[in-house]
Design a protein around this ligand. Structure first.
Ligand code: NAD
Length: 464
Protein backbone atom coordinates (compact mmCIF):
# COMPACT_ATOMS: atom_id res chain seq x y z
CA UNK A 1 0.00 0.00 0.00
CA UNK A 2 0.97 3.64 -0.40
CA UNK A 3 1.05 5.30 3.04
CA UNK A 4 -1.15 8.35 3.55
CA UNK A 5 0.66 11.61 4.30
CA UNK A 6 -2.07 12.80 6.66
CA UNK A 7 -4.33 11.51 9.40
CA UNK A 8 -7.93 10.37 9.13
CA UNK A 9 -10.00 12.90 11.10
CA UNK A 10 -13.65 13.88 10.57
CA UNK A 11 -13.93 11.68 7.44
CA UNK A 12 -10.96 13.30 5.67
CA UNK A 13 -7.24 12.62 5.31
CA UNK A 14 -5.87 15.87 6.60
CA UNK A 15 -2.30 17.11 7.07
CA UNK A 16 -0.69 16.73 10.49
CA UNK A 17 0.09 19.84 12.51
CA UNK A 18 3.80 18.96 12.68
CA UNK A 19 6.25 17.90 9.94
CA UNK A 20 7.58 15.03 12.09
CA UNK A 21 7.34 11.56 10.54
CA UNK A 22 7.66 7.99 11.83
CA UNK A 23 9.66 5.64 9.62
CA UNK A 24 8.20 2.16 9.16
CA UNK A 25 10.80 -0.60 8.69
CA UNK A 26 10.42 -4.13 7.31
CA UNK A 27 11.88 -6.30 10.11
CA UNK A 28 12.76 -9.13 7.71
CA UNK A 29 15.26 -7.06 5.68
CA UNK A 30 15.63 -3.93 7.85
CA UNK A 31 14.65 -1.68 4.91
CA UNK A 32 12.33 1.36 5.30
CA UNK A 33 8.95 0.85 3.64
CA UNK A 34 7.27 4.19 4.27
CA UNK A 35 6.59 6.96 6.74
CA UNK A 36 3.48 8.18 8.56
CA UNK A 37 2.86 11.43 10.44
CA UNK A 38 3.97 11.62 14.07
CA UNK A 39 0.84 13.20 15.50
CA UNK A 40 1.05 15.93 18.13
CA UNK A 41 -1.28 16.97 20.96
CA UNK A 42 -3.09 19.31 18.51
CA UNK A 43 -3.88 16.42 16.16
CA UNK A 44 -5.29 14.38 19.04
CA UNK A 45 -7.33 17.41 20.07
CA UNK A 46 -8.81 17.77 16.58
CA UNK A 47 -9.69 14.06 16.49
CA UNK A 48 -11.34 14.11 19.92
CA UNK A 49 -13.36 17.20 18.98
CA UNK A 50 -14.56 15.48 15.81
CA UNK A 51 -15.50 12.37 17.81
CA UNK A 52 -17.33 14.48 20.44
CA UNK A 53 -19.32 16.33 17.81
CA UNK A 54 -20.28 13.08 16.09
CA UNK A 55 -21.29 11.25 19.27
CA UNK A 56 -24.93 12.40 19.79
CA UNK A 57 -25.90 11.56 16.21
CA UNK A 58 -24.17 8.16 16.13
CA UNK A 59 -25.44 7.22 19.61
CA UNK A 60 -29.00 7.89 18.42
CA UNK A 61 -28.82 5.55 15.40
CA UNK A 62 -30.83 2.33 15.44
CA UNK A 63 -28.80 -0.85 16.01
CA UNK A 64 -29.84 -2.03 12.52
CA UNK A 65 -28.22 1.03 10.96
CA UNK A 66 -24.99 0.44 12.87
CA UNK A 67 -25.13 -3.24 11.88
CA UNK A 68 -25.38 -2.26 8.20
CA UNK A 69 -22.33 0.03 8.46
CA UNK A 70 -20.34 -2.64 10.28
CA UNK A 71 -21.30 -5.26 7.68
CA UNK A 72 -20.03 -2.78 5.08
CA UNK A 73 -16.81 -2.41 7.06
CA UNK A 74 -16.37 -6.19 7.16
CA UNK A 75 -16.88 -6.32 3.37
CA UNK A 76 -14.43 -3.45 2.80
CA UNK A 77 -11.83 -5.28 4.91
CA UNK A 78 -12.51 -8.55 3.10
CA UNK A 79 -12.00 -6.79 -0.26
CA UNK A 80 -8.57 -5.71 1.01
CA UNK A 81 -7.63 -9.14 2.39
CA UNK A 82 -4.50 -9.53 0.25
CA UNK A 83 -3.39 -5.95 0.82
CA UNK A 84 -3.88 -6.36 4.58
CA UNK A 85 -1.87 -9.59 4.65
CA UNK A 86 0.95 -8.11 2.54
CA UNK A 87 1.02 -4.96 4.67
CA UNK A 88 1.23 -6.89 7.95
CA UNK A 89 3.96 -9.11 6.48
CA UNK A 90 5.87 -5.99 5.43
CA UNK A 91 5.61 -4.07 8.72
CA UNK A 92 5.47 -6.91 11.29
CA UNK A 93 7.44 -9.59 9.41
CA UNK A 94 4.94 -12.45 9.82
CA UNK A 95 5.17 -15.14 7.11
CA UNK A 96 2.55 -14.42 4.40
CA UNK A 97 0.38 -17.54 4.96
CA UNK A 98 0.09 -16.63 8.66
CA UNK A 99 -0.74 -13.02 7.78
CA UNK A 100 -3.50 -14.23 5.45
CA UNK A 101 -5.00 -16.81 7.81
CA UNK A 102 -4.69 -14.87 11.06
CA UNK A 103 -3.77 -11.19 10.66
CA UNK A 104 -6.29 -10.65 7.84
CA UNK A 105 -8.99 -13.29 8.28
CA UNK A 106 -9.43 -13.09 12.06
CA UNK A 107 -10.32 -9.37 12.13
CA UNK A 108 -12.68 -9.84 9.17
CA UNK A 109 -14.44 -12.57 11.18
CA UNK A 110 -14.56 -10.43 14.32
CA UNK A 111 -15.96 -7.43 12.42
CA UNK A 112 -18.65 -9.69 10.94
CA UNK A 113 -19.49 -11.09 14.37
CA UNK A 114 -20.53 -7.61 15.57
CA UNK A 115 -22.71 -6.99 12.51
CA UNK A 116 -24.48 -10.28 13.41
CA UNK A 117 -24.63 -9.59 17.14
CA UNK A 118 -26.40 -6.26 16.61
CA UNK A 119 -29.28 -8.19 15.05
CA UNK A 120 -30.08 -9.92 18.34
CA UNK A 121 -28.49 -7.91 21.16
CA UNK A 122 -30.96 -6.62 23.76
CA UNK A 123 -30.19 -2.94 24.46
CA UNK A 124 -33.00 -2.87 27.00
CA UNK A 125 -34.44 -5.32 29.50
CA UNK A 126 -37.21 -5.41 32.12
CA UNK A 127 -36.19 -5.99 35.74
CA UNK A 128 -39.28 -5.96 38.00
CA UNK A 129 -40.75 -2.45 37.84
CA UNK A 130 -37.71 -1.11 35.96
CA UNK A 131 -36.57 -0.90 32.39
CA UNK A 132 -32.80 -1.07 32.07
CA UNK A 133 -31.31 0.63 29.02
CA UNK A 134 -27.80 -0.04 27.74
CA UNK A 135 -26.36 3.19 26.35
CA UNK A 136 -23.03 3.97 24.67
CA UNK A 137 -20.27 5.19 27.00
CA UNK A 138 -19.29 8.10 24.74
CA UNK A 139 -15.99 9.00 23.05
CA UNK A 140 -13.54 6.10 23.24
CA UNK A 141 -9.77 6.51 23.01
CA UNK A 142 -8.19 3.28 21.73
CA UNK A 143 -4.46 2.53 21.94
CA UNK A 144 -3.17 -0.66 20.31
CA UNK A 145 0.12 -2.61 20.03
CA UNK A 146 1.86 -4.09 16.99
CA UNK A 147 1.73 -7.86 17.55
CA UNK A 148 -1.74 -8.54 16.06
CA UNK A 149 -2.07 -5.05 14.64
CA UNK A 150 -5.38 -5.21 12.79
CA UNK A 151 -7.04 -7.70 15.14
CA UNK A 152 -6.38 -5.47 18.12
CA UNK A 153 -7.78 -2.42 16.31
CA UNK A 154 -10.92 -4.32 15.28
CA UNK A 155 -11.38 -5.85 18.75
CA UNK A 156 -11.73 -2.30 20.16
CA UNK A 157 -13.06 -0.06 17.40
CA UNK A 158 -15.77 -2.35 16.08
CA UNK A 159 -17.58 -3.15 19.37
CA UNK A 160 -17.25 0.53 20.34
CA UNK A 161 -18.89 1.58 17.06
CA UNK A 162 -21.50 -1.18 17.46
CA UNK A 163 -22.38 0.19 20.91
CA UNK A 164 -22.93 3.68 19.48
CA UNK A 165 -19.63 5.15 20.71
CA UNK A 166 -17.29 7.26 18.58
CA UNK A 167 -13.60 6.43 18.43
CA UNK A 168 -10.13 7.98 18.28
CA UNK A 169 -7.49 5.34 17.54
CA UNK A 170 -3.76 5.68 18.21
CA UNK A 171 -2.13 2.53 16.75
CA UNK A 172 1.38 1.22 17.48
CA UNK A 173 4.19 3.18 15.86
CA UNK A 174 5.79 0.00 14.43
CA UNK A 175 2.65 -1.05 12.50
CA UNK A 176 0.70 2.09 11.47
CA UNK A 177 0.17 1.11 7.82
CA UNK A 178 -2.48 -1.52 8.45
CA UNK A 179 -4.23 1.04 10.67
CA UNK A 180 -4.41 3.35 7.65
CA UNK A 181 -5.96 0.48 5.65
CA UNK A 182 -8.55 0.08 8.41
CA UNK A 183 -9.39 3.80 8.16
CA UNK A 184 -9.78 3.43 4.37
CA UNK A 185 -12.23 0.57 4.96
CA UNK A 186 -14.19 2.66 7.51
CA UNK A 187 -14.40 5.45 4.95
CA UNK A 188 -15.62 3.13 2.21
CA UNK A 189 -18.26 1.70 4.55
CA UNK A 190 -19.74 5.20 4.83
CA UNK A 191 -19.50 5.93 8.55
CA UNK A 192 -20.50 9.57 9.19
CA UNK A 193 -17.82 12.27 9.80
CA UNK A 194 -16.05 12.03 13.17
CA UNK A 195 -17.40 8.60 14.12
CA UNK A 196 -13.99 7.00 13.63
CA UNK A 197 -10.71 8.93 13.67
CA UNK A 198 -7.08 7.82 13.32
CA UNK A 199 -4.09 9.64 14.81
CA UNK A 200 -0.71 8.01 14.17
CA UNK A 201 2.12 8.93 16.51
CA UNK A 202 4.43 8.03 19.35
CA UNK A 203 3.09 6.54 22.58
CA UNK A 204 4.48 9.14 25.01
CA UNK A 205 3.28 12.00 22.73
CA UNK A 206 0.07 11.22 20.83
CA UNK A 207 -0.84 8.26 23.07
CA UNK A 208 -0.39 10.23 26.25
CA UNK A 209 -2.31 13.23 24.85
CA UNK A 210 -5.24 10.92 24.13
CA UNK A 211 -5.12 9.36 27.61
CA UNK A 212 -5.09 12.80 29.26
CA UNK A 213 -7.68 14.42 26.98
CA UNK A 214 -10.71 15.73 28.92
CA UNK A 215 -12.93 14.99 25.90
CA UNK A 216 -12.70 11.19 26.08
CA UNK A 217 -15.12 9.14 28.20
CA UNK A 218 -13.21 5.86 28.13
CA UNK A 219 -9.77 4.56 27.27
CA UNK A 220 -9.23 1.05 25.95
CA UNK A 221 -5.60 -0.07 25.86
CA UNK A 222 -3.72 -3.18 24.76
CA UNK A 223 0.01 -3.35 25.41
CA UNK A 224 2.55 -3.77 28.15
CA UNK A 225 1.61 -3.92 31.81
CA UNK A 226 4.04 -1.05 32.53
CA UNK A 227 2.25 1.37 30.18
CA UNK A 228 -1.16 -0.03 31.17
CA UNK A 229 -0.46 0.85 34.80
CA UNK A 230 0.38 4.48 33.86
CA UNK A 231 -2.74 4.77 31.73
CA UNK A 232 -4.99 3.27 34.41
CA UNK A 233 -3.66 5.77 36.96
CA UNK A 234 -4.40 8.76 34.73
CA UNK A 235 -7.78 7.57 33.49
CA UNK A 236 -8.79 6.33 36.95
CA UNK A 237 -7.91 9.69 38.50
CA UNK A 238 -10.30 11.32 36.03
CA UNK A 239 -12.96 8.74 37.07
CA UNK A 240 -13.40 7.40 33.56
CA UNK A 241 -13.81 3.87 32.35
CA UNK A 242 -10.67 1.97 31.40
CA UNK A 243 -10.20 -1.40 29.69
CA UNK A 244 -6.76 -3.01 29.74
CA UNK A 245 -5.41 -6.02 27.84
CA UNK A 246 -1.89 -6.46 29.16
CA UNK A 247 0.88 -9.03 29.34
CA UNK A 248 0.81 -12.74 30.08
CA UNK A 249 2.97 -15.67 31.17
CA UNK A 250 0.56 -18.49 30.55
CA UNK A 251 0.98 -22.10 31.65
CA UNK A 252 0.51 -25.16 29.45
CA UNK A 253 -0.22 -27.86 32.04
CA UNK A 254 0.29 -31.43 30.81
CA UNK A 255 -1.22 -33.86 33.31
CA UNK A 256 0.24 -37.41 33.45
CA UNK A 257 -2.81 -38.95 31.72
CA UNK A 258 -2.48 -36.69 28.64
CA UNK A 259 -1.27 -37.56 25.15
CA UNK A 260 2.23 -36.22 25.80
CA UNK A 261 3.39 -36.06 22.19
CA UNK A 262 0.37 -34.06 21.03
CA UNK A 263 0.42 -31.76 24.04
CA UNK A 264 4.11 -30.95 23.54
CA UNK A 265 3.83 -30.42 19.78
CA UNK A 266 0.80 -28.16 20.03
CA UNK A 267 2.47 -26.35 22.93
CA UNK A 268 5.63 -25.65 20.92
CA UNK A 269 3.57 -24.49 17.91
CA UNK A 270 1.61 -22.16 20.18
CA UNK A 271 4.78 -20.46 21.45
CA UNK A 272 6.52 -20.17 18.06
CA UNK A 273 3.44 -18.78 16.30
CA UNK A 274 3.83 -15.08 15.37
CA UNK A 275 7.50 -15.39 16.47
CA UNK A 276 6.36 -15.71 20.08
CA UNK A 277 4.82 -12.23 20.01
CA UNK A 278 1.49 -13.32 21.43
CA UNK A 279 0.35 -12.09 24.83
CA UNK A 280 -1.66 -15.28 25.44
CA UNK A 281 1.18 -17.68 24.43
CA UNK A 282 1.75 -20.67 26.73
CA UNK A 283 5.36 -19.82 27.42
CA UNK A 284 5.64 -22.12 30.48
CA UNK A 285 5.16 -25.84 29.81
CA UNK A 286 4.51 -27.80 33.01
CA UNK A 287 5.29 -31.52 32.86
CA UNK A 288 5.21 -34.23 35.55
CA UNK A 289 8.73 -35.05 36.74
CA UNK A 290 8.45 -38.69 35.56
CA UNK A 291 7.74 -37.56 31.99
CA UNK A 292 10.06 -34.57 32.06
CA UNK A 293 13.06 -35.74 30.02
CA UNK A 294 10.80 -37.30 27.39
CA UNK A 295 8.88 -34.02 27.03
CA UNK A 296 12.12 -32.02 26.81
CA UNK A 297 13.40 -34.25 23.99
CA UNK A 298 10.08 -33.99 22.14
CA UNK A 299 10.04 -30.20 22.50
CA UNK A 300 13.62 -29.83 21.25
CA UNK A 301 12.78 -31.91 18.17
CA UNK A 302 9.59 -29.93 17.54
CA UNK A 303 11.34 -26.55 17.93
CA UNK A 304 14.00 -27.48 15.36
CA UNK A 305 11.27 -27.57 12.69
CA UNK A 306 10.63 -23.84 13.15
CA UNK A 307 13.27 -22.49 10.81
CA UNK A 308 13.83 -18.71 11.01
CA UNK A 309 13.05 -17.05 7.68
CA UNK A 310 10.73 -19.91 6.71
CA UNK A 311 8.14 -20.93 9.29
CA UNK A 312 9.17 -18.27 11.78
CA UNK A 313 9.39 -14.59 10.96
CA UNK A 314 11.58 -11.95 12.62
CA UNK A 315 10.66 -9.98 15.71
CA UNK A 316 9.08 -6.62 15.01
CA UNK A 317 12.11 -4.44 15.74
CA UNK A 318 15.78 -4.44 16.71
CA UNK A 319 14.70 -3.30 20.18
CA UNK A 320 12.45 -6.34 20.67
CA UNK A 321 15.15 -8.67 19.32
CA UNK A 322 17.68 -7.31 21.84
CA UNK A 323 15.15 -7.60 24.65
CA UNK A 324 14.47 -11.26 23.82
CA UNK A 325 18.15 -12.11 23.44
CA UNK A 326 18.75 -10.49 26.81
CA UNK A 327 16.17 -12.84 28.39
CA UNK A 328 17.83 -15.87 26.77
CA UNK A 329 21.19 -14.81 28.21
CA UNK A 330 19.55 -14.25 31.60
CA UNK A 331 18.08 -17.78 31.51
CA UNK A 332 21.52 -19.26 30.94
CA UNK A 333 23.00 -17.10 33.69
CA UNK A 334 20.37 -18.30 36.19
CA UNK A 335 21.16 -21.96 35.40
CA UNK A 336 18.52 -23.06 32.88
CA UNK A 337 19.63 -25.51 30.14
CA UNK A 338 19.19 -24.62 26.46
CA UNK A 339 18.01 -27.65 24.46
CA UNK A 340 17.13 -25.77 21.24
CA UNK A 341 18.10 -22.38 19.82
CA UNK A 342 20.05 -19.81 21.82
CA UNK A 343 20.90 -16.12 21.85
CA UNK A 344 23.04 -16.01 18.67
CA UNK A 345 21.42 -14.40 15.62
CA UNK A 346 20.33 -17.17 13.23
CA UNK A 347 20.49 -14.99 10.08
CA UNK A 348 22.74 -12.11 8.99
CA UNK A 349 19.86 -9.82 8.15
CA UNK A 350 16.51 -9.18 9.81
CA UNK A 351 15.50 -9.11 13.47
CA UNK A 352 15.38 -12.89 13.85
CA UNK A 353 15.75 -14.90 17.06
CA UNK A 354 16.22 -18.68 17.04
CA UNK A 355 13.26 -20.65 18.40
CA UNK A 356 14.60 -21.49 21.85
CA UNK A 357 13.64 -24.12 24.42
CA UNK A 358 14.87 -24.07 28.02
CA UNK A 359 14.85 -27.11 30.32
CA UNK A 360 15.64 -27.20 34.06
CA UNK A 361 13.66 -24.02 34.60
CA UNK A 362 12.58 -23.35 38.18
CA UNK A 363 9.47 -21.29 39.01
CA UNK A 364 11.33 -18.26 40.33
CA UNK A 365 13.76 -17.77 37.45
CA UNK A 366 13.33 -14.56 35.46
CA UNK A 367 12.42 -16.54 32.31
CA UNK A 368 9.62 -18.27 34.26
CA UNK A 369 8.22 -15.03 35.68
CA UNK A 370 8.56 -12.24 33.09
CA UNK A 371 6.95 -11.91 29.71
CA UNK A 372 9.62 -12.43 27.04
CA UNK A 373 7.50 -11.82 23.91
CA UNK A 374 9.71 -13.92 21.64
CA UNK A 375 9.99 -17.56 20.47
CA UNK A 376 11.19 -18.84 23.83
CA UNK A 377 9.66 -21.77 25.74
CA UNK A 378 10.47 -22.75 29.35
CA UNK A 379 9.77 -26.31 30.50
CA UNK A 380 9.24 -26.80 34.24
CA UNK A 381 8.85 -30.09 36.12
CA UNK A 382 6.17 -30.56 38.78
CA UNK A 383 5.79 -33.21 41.51
CA UNK A 384 2.02 -33.55 41.75
CA UNK A 385 -1.18 -31.68 40.82
CA UNK A 386 -0.98 -29.34 43.79
CA UNK A 387 2.56 -28.40 42.79
CA UNK A 388 1.47 -27.90 39.16
CA UNK A 389 -1.32 -25.56 40.27
CA UNK A 390 1.03 -23.56 42.51
CA UNK A 391 3.46 -23.10 39.63
CA UNK A 392 0.71 -22.33 37.10
CA UNK A 393 -0.76 -19.63 39.36
CA UNK A 394 2.62 -18.38 40.59
CA UNK A 395 3.10 -15.27 38.46
CA UNK A 396 1.59 -11.79 38.49
CA UNK A 397 -0.20 -12.60 35.23
CA UNK A 398 -3.38 -14.53 34.38
CA UNK A 399 -4.27 -14.16 30.72
CA UNK A 400 -4.54 -17.65 29.23
CA UNK A 401 -3.40 -21.25 29.55
CA UNK A 402 -3.93 -24.84 28.49
CA UNK A 403 -4.65 -28.11 30.25
CA UNK A 404 -4.15 -31.57 28.76
CA UNK A 405 -5.49 -34.77 30.35
CA UNK A 406 -6.76 -38.18 29.28
CA UNK A 407 -10.21 -37.19 30.43
CA UNK A 408 -12.00 -33.87 29.76
CA UNK A 409 -13.49 -33.67 33.28
CA UNK A 410 -10.04 -34.04 34.83
CA UNK A 411 -8.73 -31.20 32.65
CA UNK A 412 -11.75 -28.98 33.41
CA UNK A 413 -11.38 -29.56 37.16
CA UNK A 414 -7.78 -28.33 36.96
CA UNK A 415 -8.64 -25.41 34.65
CA UNK A 416 -11.31 -24.18 37.09
CA UNK A 417 -8.62 -23.71 39.73
CA UNK A 418 -6.34 -21.64 37.47
CA UNK A 419 -6.30 -17.86 38.02
CA UNK A 420 -6.60 -17.00 34.36
CA UNK A 421 -9.06 -15.62 31.81
CA UNK A 422 -9.16 -18.43 29.25
CA UNK A 423 -7.97 -22.02 29.14
CA UNK A 424 -7.82 -24.35 26.11
CA UNK A 425 -8.81 -27.90 27.06
CA UNK A 426 -6.96 -30.67 25.19
CA UNK A 427 -6.18 -28.37 22.27
CA UNK A 428 -9.52 -26.51 22.10
CA UNK A 429 -9.52 -23.95 19.29
CA UNK A 430 -9.54 -20.15 19.61
CA UNK A 431 -13.11 -18.88 19.64
CA UNK A 432 -13.56 -15.32 18.31
CA UNK A 433 -16.87 -14.99 20.19
CA UNK A 434 -15.52 -16.04 23.61
CA UNK A 435 -14.55 -13.28 26.08
CA UNK A 436 -10.80 -12.58 26.00
CA UNK A 437 -9.00 -10.84 28.85
CA UNK A 438 -7.01 -11.26 31.99
CA UNK A 439 -7.04 -12.00 35.69
CA UNK A 440 -4.53 -10.25 37.97
CA UNK A 441 -2.02 -7.97 36.18
CA UNK A 442 -3.06 -9.23 32.75
CA UNK A 443 -5.78 -6.65 32.64
CA UNK A 444 -9.23 -5.32 33.31
CA UNK A 445 -12.26 -6.08 31.17
CA UNK A 446 -12.98 -8.42 28.26
CA UNK A 447 -12.88 -8.17 24.49
CA UNK A 448 -14.75 -10.05 21.71
CA UNK A 449 -18.34 -11.23 21.42
CA UNK A 450 -21.15 -9.93 23.60
CA UNK A 451 -18.82 -9.37 26.57
CA UNK A 452 -16.67 -7.15 24.36
CA UNK A 453 -19.72 -5.08 23.38
CA UNK A 454 -20.77 -4.66 27.03
CA UNK A 455 -17.44 -2.91 27.77
CA UNK A 456 -18.65 0.07 25.75
CA UNK A 457 -22.13 0.35 27.32
CA UNK A 458 -23.47 2.17 30.36
CA UNK A 459 -26.56 0.93 32.15
CA UNK A 460 -29.47 3.24 32.99
CA UNK A 461 -32.52 2.11 35.01
CA UNK A 462 -35.94 3.73 34.77
CA UNK A 463 -38.47 2.81 37.47
CA UNK A 464 -42.21 2.63 36.80
P1 NAD B 1 3.65 -0.72 24.76
O1 NAD B 1 2.84 -0.84 25.96
O2 NAD B 1 4.95 -0.01 24.83
O3 NAD B 1 2.85 -0.01 23.57
C1 NAD B 1 1.51 -0.31 23.27
C2 NAD B 1 0.84 0.95 22.75
O4 NAD B 1 0.87 1.94 23.76
C3 NAD B 1 1.50 1.57 21.52
O5 NAD B 1 0.52 2.10 20.66
C4 NAD B 1 2.31 2.69 22.12
O6 NAD B 1 2.55 3.75 21.24
C5 NAD B 1 1.41 3.12 23.27
N1 NAD B 1 2.11 3.83 24.36
C6 NAD B 1 3.40 3.64 24.78
N2 NAD B 1 3.65 4.48 25.80
C7 NAD B 1 2.53 5.20 26.03
C8 NAD B 1 2.18 6.22 26.97
N3 NAD B 1 3.04 6.66 27.88
N4 NAD B 1 0.93 6.71 26.93
C9 NAD B 1 0.03 6.27 26.02
N5 NAD B 1 0.32 5.32 25.11
C10 NAD B 1 1.55 4.79 25.11
O7 NAD B 1 3.81 -2.17 24.27
P2 NAD B 1 4.65 -2.71 23.06
O8 NAD B 1 6.08 -2.80 23.43
O9 NAD B 1 4.30 -1.94 21.84
O10 NAD B 1 3.97 -4.14 22.94
C11 NAD B 1 4.48 -5.27 23.56
C12 NAD B 1 3.81 -5.56 24.87
O11 NAD B 1 2.38 -5.48 24.77
C13 NAD B 1 4.10 -6.96 25.26
O12 NAD B 1 5.13 -6.94 26.22
C14 NAD B 1 2.79 -7.49 25.81
O13 NAD B 1 2.88 -7.57 27.20
C15 NAD B 1 1.77 -6.50 25.54
N6 NAD B 1 0.62 -7.02 24.77
C16 NAD B 1 -0.50 -7.47 25.42
C17 NAD B 1 -1.60 -7.93 24.72
C18 NAD B 1 -2.87 -8.42 25.35
O14 NAD B 1 -3.90 -8.55 24.69
N7 NAD B 1 -2.91 -8.72 26.61
C19 NAD B 1 -1.57 -7.91 23.34
C20 NAD B 1 -0.43 -7.45 22.73
C21 NAD B 1 0.63 -6.99 23.45
Amino acid sequence: MKPHDGMYIDRAWRPATTPDRIEVVNPADEQPIGTVPAGAREDVDAAVHAARAAFPGWAATAPAERAARIAGLRDALAARRDEIAETVTAELGAPLPFSQAVHADLPITVAGSYADLLGTYAFEEKVGNSTVYLEPVGVVGAITPWNYPLHQIVAKAVPALAAGCTVVLKPAEDTPLVAQLFAEAVHEAGFPPGVFNLVTGLGPVAGQALVEHPGIDMLSFTGSTAVGRLIAATVGAAVKRVALELGGKSANVILPSADLGRAVNVGVANVMSNSGQTCSAWTRMLVHQDQYEEAVALAATAAAKYVPGERVGPLVSAKQRERVRGYIEQGVKEGARIVAGGAEAPLDQGYYVSPTVFADVTPHMTIAQEEIFGPVLSILPYEDEADALRIANGTVYGLAGAVWAGDTDEAVAFARRMDTGQVDINGGRFNPLAPFGGYKQSGVGRELGAHGLAEYLHTKSLQF
